[in-house]
Every structure is written in structure tokens, then in C-alpha cells.
Design a protein. Structure first.
Lengths: 307, 579
């Protein structure tokens, strides 16, 4: 009977250990070298800075209470906060003034993460910092005593872009002193992202659209206030030139008609008119192509500028 | 005849009427643009003794007579490994304790043969959701901060120099560090992806098996070798390079953007020699302060020169949003490299004038200098060294037979190519024209500008030591260089010749004209507006011409038929009166 129970227990235990083996093993970094000033380090990259287990900050006549927190850090804690990539399992902690706080920092990722706190009194904490750092999957623990003042401390991972992409929190002592921006689930960012529709068209195209749109609208010279759509006044030099050409050109054209075409069959007249129109169309075509080339060159400079 | 002269008189009258009355006008006076923000030539603030030749942890470290030399403690740790230096030396660096582990002299020749290199991936000049600036900062020239992604040796503690400073610590910089190992070493290259995007390492030209012994892909190519390294994940590449040479490593994830973003560096395999402790990292490239045994056999000094080019639109994308999904969309779905042009050109991560603080090639007469050059541009380059003709000894890490080596003064490099040059400073009119401060640069014209402002880009100097002071400042004999150290100059606000021609500024800026071309966005807006309004005016006057023509014809017809019109008008009036 007894042996059966032991056997069953053994099976359960071995099954349990098999499951545990699939999970990455959390390595505890608790054999660190003390470099003085609360700075501990080991050769695997585990690190504690600003450790203080017994020096009371000014105004604290005793440690108000002993608090232990466990903080997880890693990629998977970004899951609940769209738009982040890294995270802590919790982003805000609250303690009383003069608390002796021990932080057990567990990094679940096989890269470095940090639990770095700024703003502590510099005469007690080197650079005003309390700092835990380890490459996961591993755990590192450190202790500090918090000052008497109500204050909010920034907690973050200072690896480039880890704070920006979600690894940011705050430690509120007493009533705190306000909040920090862009803490996932706690505060809004100071600068919001723009989630507008995709600007699929390249910017150069966007520039050319108004330029093209302006051209057809200005081609219609009708306007009630004596102004064309393009903004040129109706009574202008070109109107005068046109008037002069009309007054003098009409009799010349009439004379040409009288001399060359009067009395000819209708077909010939139409043919001559068609030839004249064709010549005019060719010239117009050449003019338009020249204008288009100029416009395209302008575009090339524009697009070069954009790039 | 009469009608012709009438027309002539009429035309003259019209022209006379149109012509403006001329008067004597004075052009605007010259307005001086002050340069009030110029940095000093050298503001690195390093302890002067860092530049001296010295021995740290038993490691010989060569003199480095430049403004911003490498920290000797870093060099010692890079040569001995973070596992073999004292805690004090390690504390003098920014390196993680496990950044570089050198062990196991397998062939018993006095140097370690098992090399564990840990790399992280860092973003420089990245976005912050908390303030409008970028962090951690890395300026390629005064005020110019494109975002970069770089491999870095594994570091510890803060990314910035201090809590008060936003400036990146010296390990985090462009280019990705040069990695040096010895031929035959067993190298574990551990990539800890600390960045928010997937990355990998492809060992371009470095002897590596396609698969490693554990059956994992080793080529760094997601499509054929092994899935990319995801954010927060780690991968170890295992190699034992059999051939020496100047090689290359780079990220192979979306490589058309990730290589230009900065995830690329030189990978040098040094020839095997006894007691050959090589300098595993050369952060920021430039002078190798502890050259390998084989290099010292033939050369007085060794320099790594990594050229890169930057499209400012691409490098703005990680700064334009915080959400990684928006950055990925901009870079992978919107950016089109086939429409892109490069704007910045850097040598060892900096543009002129900052190149003169870090990337001088310091020489003395009658020396042979080894230059390892990598073209990291997106285009071919044409390196030229003033006053010298160097000899091409190795192409892409493979030695060229001495009899057929080419000595010339422009060296062509296709993208990703490496070229080893032997710079001979013998003053014989061929190899060298003598002592001096000799410029060297990519002779592709745009490459010696910074976003089109010259002289910038990847210009640096071959500096004969007599022409340098104790701090490595070149004793130049030309113009005052202070405007190059001003942000205003790179913002196109300084008329460069304003003080030169004469006292009264004949080539300065006309008053009231404002400074030259502002930001390109404004420039393009102006040029976009100009053609459209011009077109409108043109079509408007053309319309008026047609209206005039129509009215003119109408007037003629009216004139010809005036009798008929008069009769009609009379009838109308009569009818009105009759009613």
C-alpha cells in the first residue's frame, strides 16, 4: 500500500518536473560580488546598483514597513497594450514613506532588461539611482529604503526604446507627486501617434494633384466680377491685342476670302478651311507638347526634392 | 500703304504706352549672417592621456593622436575579453560582464581560440512619446540626427552618457562595430535582439557552415536558412573561419532598409599567428589600436574605413511614430527605395567636419599603412586620396598576386565590396607627394555634401603627424573652419563666402532676401505653387486674347454693317416711341 502511494507520488513528481523542464529555467543571481556603495555584480550580467538595506534617509526615524514586490519583465507583458513591444507585469507600485522595499526582478526574456529608478537623494544613492539588471530567464533581487517625502519615482528599462515601447512604470511613495506620461494602462502619452489612413500615394503625387487641378479651373475665363478664374483681370493687354487683331484681322481674312475663294465650289472652300485648321492644330499640338515637357521637368525637380 | 502706316503708328502708340518709366534703383546692401552657435573643433572632453601609447592589462595600445580616441580600457577589454580583465578595467567601460568571453587555447599557441561575442541591437536618435526630441542622440554632423539601428557590443547600465544627458554612451554609435577574430577560432556570435523589430546576421564573405551542428540555420536569411530573431529573442551563430580576410556582416531581414538603417559592419578574420590576441571589437571603426601580429609584420598602422549613405526620408520613419506597427507599415509598405536618393554620406558614422575628430588617417613619412575599406553605400563609390597612389592588395578579403597588383588614385568599390589598400608614404612622387594634410573622399560628387550642402559628406584627411597638434587638431593652412561646426551652416543659413572677397561682403547675402533655401518641404511647396499659378495666369491672358479677338471681329462686322445696324436701331427706337 505504502509503496504504491510512494510510486504514484513519484510518477506525479516526475511528470511535474518534466513540465518544469519545458519552461525556461529561471536562474537566480544571488552570488554577486559587492563593489561597495551598494553596487553588486556577477560575470553573467546580473547587477544591482544603489542597494541600501540599513541606512535611514533623513527624517525617517525607523523603517515604516518591510515590503517585497516581484516584478516580471518581458515581451509577453506587452500583449494587453497594443502598440507596445516590451512591458512589466505591473506598471505602478505604491508604498508608504520610509518603506524598506525589496524588489525581486524576474526577466523572462533571453535579452537584457532593467528595473531602473531615478530621482533618489544623490548623497545616499550614487547618481540618484536604484537599478536592477539581468539577462533572462533569470532573477535578481535588491533592497532600498525610500525617503520620507511624498514623491512619484520613474521606473523604466533604459535600453534604447524599451521605455518608449512599453517598459515604463512609476513607484508612488505616500501621496506621490503627480504622474509620468505614457505608462501603459496608467497614463496617456504626451505625444500621440497618428493612426490616420495610409498615405498610400507618394508625396510627390500629392503635390502634383493641386498643380494639375488648378490648370483646368483657370482655363474657364468666366467670372462675374470681371476676373477670370485664374485671377487675371478681364480688361488686360491681351484683350486689347486680341481686339486689335480682330478689328484688323477680320477685313484681311475677308479680303483673302474674296480674292482666293469667292465663287469657288463649296468643297474647295471647306478644304482650304480644313487645311488652315490642320496647320493651326499642328502648331497648337507642338505648343502643348512643349508646355508639357516644361511641366514634366518641373515635376522632376519636385520629386527629386521630395526624395 | 496708308493702312499699313496707320497700323504701325497704332502699334508704336500701344508699345509706348505699355513701356514703364525707368528710374535708377539701388540694389540691397549686404547683410551679415552671424555664426553664433559654432562648436569648438574638439569637444570630446576625453582625458588627454587616452591618446598616448600605453599598456593596460598587459595589452599594448598604440598612440591615437585624434580628438576623440578610443578609451584604452575598452581596447584592453576587447583584446583580453571581459572575462580576463580586472573589475576596475571593466568598470571603466560600458560593457556588460558577459559581453566578450575569450577562453580555451585549443592549439596551444598562446592565444584564446574559443570566442563568445555578444551583440545587442540599439536604436539611435529614436522616437519618444514624452517629448519632441530624439533619444539617445548621435549626431553625424552638427544638429543632424537621423535614426539608426546598430549592432553594439553588449553593454550595461544606461544607454545615455548620464541621466541628465540624452547623448548615447560611446558604445552605442554608428557604424556597427568592426569584429575581429583569428583564423581558425571557434566563434559563437550571440545576437540578443533588444530591438522592437525582427533581425538577423548574415556573415557576408566569412567562412560559415550553412547549418550548425545542432541543425540550426546559420546563414541569417529568413527565407532559406532560419526564421528571423524576434524582438526579445536570442540566437547564436557558430563559425570557424578557415580563410583570413576583410569581410562583412549585416542584418538580412528586409535588408533593403535594415542595411541602410545601420545594421552592417566589417568582419575581419586575421591570419593565424602564435600569441595573436586580436582586438575583437573596433567600436566606431577607424584606427585599430592593437593590430594583429600578421598586420604588424608588414604595416606601421591599420585603419578600418566603413562608408555608409543615408536617405533622410527612411531614417525619419522610426522618429515619426511610437507604435511599432506604424513604423513597420511606413518602412515595409510605404517606403519605396527605388524612388529614393541618399542625402547623407558618412565615414565611420560621421560626416565632415566630425570625421576630422575621429577618422583621420595619421601617418609619418616612409611608412606602410593598411586601410580596410568597406563600401556600405547603396551605390558604387570612387575613393580618392589626395597626394597618394595606394596599392590594392586584397579584393573582398582575397589576396591579389603581388605581381599584378594595381597602384592607382581612384578605387572603385561596388556596394558591399571590401578593398584592402597599402598606403605607402614614401615621398617619391608616385606613392606619396610628401607630407601634408591630404583629403580623402568618395569622388562621387554628392558624397562630399551633407544633404547637398558642401563640403560635407564622408570627407576626411590623411594627416602627416607634423601637421597635428597634441589634441589631434589638424594645423590647416586654409580658411577658418568654424562655420562647418555650426548647425546654421547645415540648415543652409550661412552664405559661405560672406567674409572672403572683401571687407564689404561682395559675396554675402543681400539684405532682406532672407537666408537661402529653407527646409525642402517649403521649397517644394513654393515650386509646386509656382507652376500652377503661372499656368493659370497664362491661360487667363490667352482667354482674354480670344475674347479680344472675338470683340474685334464683332466690331469689324458692326463697322461693315453700320448702315444696317443704324436702320435697325432707328426702327427699334421708333417702335418704342410708338408704343
Amino acid at each position: 500500500m505504502n509503496t504504491k502511494i510512494i510510486l504514484a507520488l513519484g510518477l506525479v513528481l516526475s511528470a511535474g518536473s518534466a513540465i518544469a523542464a519545458e519552461e525556461p529555467q529561471i536562474i537566480e543571481h544571488n552570488q554577486m560580488m559587492d563593489h561597495g556603495d551598494g553596487h553588486l555584480m556577477d560575470m553573467e550580467g546580473g547587477m544591482v546598483m544603489g542597494q541600501n538595506k540599513d541606512k535611514l534617509p533623513a527624517g525617517c526615524d525607523r523603517v515604516s514597513e518591510d515590503v517585497q514586490i516581484t516584478v516580471h519583465a518581458g515581451r509577453k507583458y506587452s500583449k494587453s497594450f497594443p502598440g507596445t513591444m516590451f512591458g512589466f507585469d505591473k506598471h505602478e507600485w505604491r508604498v508608504k514613506p520610509c518603506t524598506r522595499l525589496t524588489v525581486h526582478f524576474i526577466n523572462d526574456d533571453p535579452v537584457r532588461h532593467q528595473w531602473m529608478m531615478h530621482g533618489l537623494p544623490k548623497f545616499m544613492y550614487d547618481k540618484g539611482m536604484f537599478h536592477l539588471e539581468v539577462t533572462g530567464p533569470a532573477k535578481v533581487s535588491g533592497t532600498l529604503i525610500l525617503p520620507l517625502e511624498d514623491r512619484t519615482y520613474l521606473v523604466h528599462c533604459d535600453i534604447a526604446q524599451h521605455m518608449e515601447k512599453g517598459m515604463k512604470g512609476q513607484l508612488v511613495v505616500g501621496k506621490g507627486s503627480g504622474t509620468f506620461p505614457s505608462i501603459p494602462g496608467v497614463t496617456d502619452p504626451a505625444i500621440f501617434d497618428n493612426y490616420g489612413p495610409v498615405q498610400a500615394a507618394p508625396e510627390t503625387a500629392a503635390v502634383s494633384v493641386p498643380a494639375l487641378a488648378a490648370a483646368p479651373s483657370s482655363a474657364e475665363p468666366v467670372a462675374g466680377n470681371g476676373q477670370t478664374a485664374g485671377g487675371a483681370p478681364l480688361f488686360s493687354g491681351s484683350l486689347v491685342i486680341g481686339f486689335v487683331a480682330g478689328v484688323f484681322g477680320a477685313p484681311m481674312a475677308y479680303g483673302y476670302y474674296n480674292r482666293r475663294l469667292k465663287g469657288r465650289p463649296l468643297g474647295e472652300i471647306l478644304g482650304a478651311v480644313a487645311a488652315a485648321l490642320k496647320g493651326f492644330a499642328c502648331r497648337l499640338n507642338a505648343l502643348l507638347r512643349w508646355l508639357y515637357r516644361r511641366f514634366k521637368e518641373g515635376q522632376r525637380y519636385l520629386s527629386k526634392d521630395k526624395n | 500703304m496708308q493702312s499699313k502706316s496707320l497700323a504701325l503708328v497704332f502699334t508704336c502708340a500701344v508699345l509706348g504706352f505699355v513701356q514703364p518709366v525707368s528710374a535708377v534703383t539701388t540694389n540691397p546692401a549686404t547683410e551679415k549672417v552671424t555664426i553664433d552657435d559654432a562648436e569648438p573643433f574638439c569637444n570630446s572632453g576625453v582625458p588627454p592621456e587616452w591618446r598616448d601609447a600605453q599598456v593596460v592589462e598587459g595589452v599594448n595600445i598604440e598612440e591615437s593622436r585624434i580628438c576623440n580616441p578610443d578609451n584604452p580600457a575598452d581596447i584592453a577589454a576587447f583584446v583580453k575579453g571581459t572575462n580576463n580583465v580586472s573589475m576596475q578595467t571593466l568598470m571603466d567601460t560600458n560593457l556588460a560582464a558577459d559581453a566578450l568571453t575569450l577562453t580555451n587555447d585549443m592549439d596551444g599557441d598562446g592565444d584564446p581560440d574559443h570566442i563568445i561575442i555578444k551583440l545587442e541591437i540599439m536604436e539611435l536618435n529614436g522616437h519618444s512619446p514624452d517629448f519632441p526630441g530624439v533619444v539617445p542622440t548621435f549626431d553625424i554632423a552638427p544638429g543632424i540626427q537621423p535614426s539608426f539601428w546598430v549592432f553594439t557590443p553588449k553593454t550595461r547600465d544606461m544607454s545615455t552618457k548620464s541621466f541628465a544627458s540624452a547623448e548615447a554612451n560611446p558604445m552605442l554609435r554608428l557604424p556597427a562595430p568592426v569584429i575581429r577574430v583569428e583564423q581558425g577560432d571557434v566563434v559563437w556570435l550571440v545576437v540578443e535582439n533588444t530591438h522592437y523589430f525582427p533581425h538577423s546576421i548574415h556573415l557576408h564573405g566569412v567562412d560559415h557552415p550553412y547549418m550548425d551542428h545542432s541543425g540550426e540555420g546559420n546563414d541569417g536569411v529568413g527565407q532559406t536558412s532560419q526564421m528571423d530573431i524576434m524582438p526579445g529573442q536570442s540566437k547564436t551563430y557558430v563559425i570557424k573561419p578557415r580563410q583570413a580576410g576583410t569581410m562583412y556582416y549585416h542584418c538580412h531581414v528586409q535588408p533593403h532598409t535594415h542595411i541602410p538603417m545601420g545594421l552592417a559592419g566589417l568582419f575581419v578574420v586575421e591570419e593565424n599567428r602564435p600569441n595573436n590576441w586580436v582586438q575583437t571589437f573596433n567600436v566606431g571603426a577607424g584606427q585599430v589600436r592593437h593590430p594583429s601580429v600578421a598586420v604588424k609584420e608588414r604595416y606601421a598602422r591599420e585603419y578600418d574605413l566603413h562608408f555608409q549613405s543615408i536617405d533622410k526620408e527612411l531614417h525619419r520613419m522610426p522618429q515619426a511614430a511610437n507604435d511599432p506597427r506604424l513604423i513597420a507599415r511606413a518602412m515595409n509598405q510605404e517606403y519605396d527605395i527605388t524612388d529614393a536618393t541618399d542625402d547623407y554620406f558618412v565615414l565611420n558614422g560621421r560626416s565632415f567636419p566630425y570625421t576630422m575628430r575621429e577618422s583621420l588617417v595619421v601617418v609619418q613619412p616612409n611608412e606602410k599603412i593598411k586601410l580596410r575599406v568597406l563600401n556600405g553605400h547603396t551605390d558604387p563609390m570612387a575613393l580618392h586620396i589626395h597626394g597618394h597612389k595606394a596599392t590594392e592588395t586584397h579584393y573582398d578579403g582575397v589576396e591579389h598576386p603581388p605581381a599584378s597588383r594595381v597602384t592607382r588614385d581612384v578605387y572603385s568599390l561596388a556596394p558591399a565590396q571590401r578593398l584592402d589598400l597599402e598606403l605607402n608614404t614614401t615621398d617619391d612622387g608616385l606613392h606619396s607627394f610628401g607630407s601634408g594634410l591630404w583629403m580623402f573622399h568618395d569622388h562621387t560628387e554628392r558624397a562630399f555634401t551633407t544633404d547637398g550642402v558642401g563640403e560635407g559628406g564622408s570627407i576626411s584627411l590623411v594627416a602627416y603627424k607634423d601637421y597635428l597638434d597634441d589634441k589631434g587638431t589638424p594645423k590647416t593652412h586654409g580658411m577658418d573652419l568654424s562655420h562647418y561646426f555650426s548647425k546654421k551652416f547645415w540648415q543652409r543659413k550661412i552664405p559661405i563666402w560672406q567674409n572672403w572677397a572683401d571687407d564689404w561682403g561682395s559675396l554675402g547675402a543681400p539684405a532682406g532676401s532672407g537666408s537661402a533655401a529653407p527646409a525642402s518641404a517649403t521649397a517644394s511647396a513654393v515650386s509646386a505653387a509656382t507652376p500652377s499659378s503661372g499656368g493659370a495666369a497664362a491661360s487667363g491672358s490667352f482667354g482674354n486674347l480670344l475674347i479680344g479677338l472675338f470683340l474685334g471681329i464683332l466690331a469689324y462686322i458692326g463697322f461693315v454693317n453700320r448702315a444696317f445696324l443704324q436702320t435697325q436701331a432707328g426702327r427699334l427706337i421708333n417702335r418704342q416711341q410708338g408704343n
